[in-house]
Design a protein. Structure first.
Length: 174
């Protein structure tokens, strides 16, 4: 593949590989590599659905693949903008409410296990600290969904775990 690094994905692999890679494109690439607005993320799902239907019209893929791709694209059009909105809310909160001092920190990807108004219950993916309760404004807990993954740096204070820095938010597996 090194010799093909200047070429587009379709020039290297062909149209039959596109739908097989939609999950990675939407759930990883669009979140981690593209600085996209909520509107662009919504459009990514819509355009992806149109692409899947076009690939079927051109006889590059079968109906089963298109049905799966359209379902994924529809979900992405809803979930990706919502995840971006939550990421923005978390960032804005961390910029104004991060603790000045903490005695322990945990930098990890966290899975949202439970949500209560003003509280998130998170489990770290890379360590075995158990479930962590993090207090947040209700606007943040209202936008969060169980199963989503959030990249956070948390600091342990005398008042519990607090958000120090934030990263990306990934919807539950699309």
């Amino acid at each position: 593949l090194y010799d093909y690094r200047e070429l587009e994905f379709c020039a290297v692999f062909g149209p039959d590989k596109i739908l097989k890679n939609l999950h990675t494109f939407l759930n990883f690439f669009m979140i981690r590599k593209v600085m996209a607005s909520e509107e662009l993320l919504r459009a990514a799902g819509t355009v992806t659905k149109k692409l899947a239907l076009w690939l079927e019209e051109q006889d590059h893929v079968d109906e089963r693949q298109v049905k799966s791709a359209c379902s994924l694209a529809s979900e992405a059009a809803r979930e990706l903008p919502a995840a971006e909105r939550l990421a923005r809310l978390l960032y804005e909160y961390a910029q104004t409410h991060a603790p000045r001092y903490w005695n322990e920190e945990l930098d990890d990807y966290f899975i949202v296990e439970q949500i209560q108004p003003g509280k998130l219950f998170l489990s770290a993916m890379g360590s075995e600290v158990g479930t962590i309760e993090v207090k947040v404004p209700q606007d943040i807990s209202d936008h969060c969904k169980v199963g989503w993954q959030i990249n956070l740096l948390l600091g342990a204070t005398r008042h519990g775990w607090r958000i120090v820095e934030t990263g990306n938010v990934y919807p539950k597996e699309l």
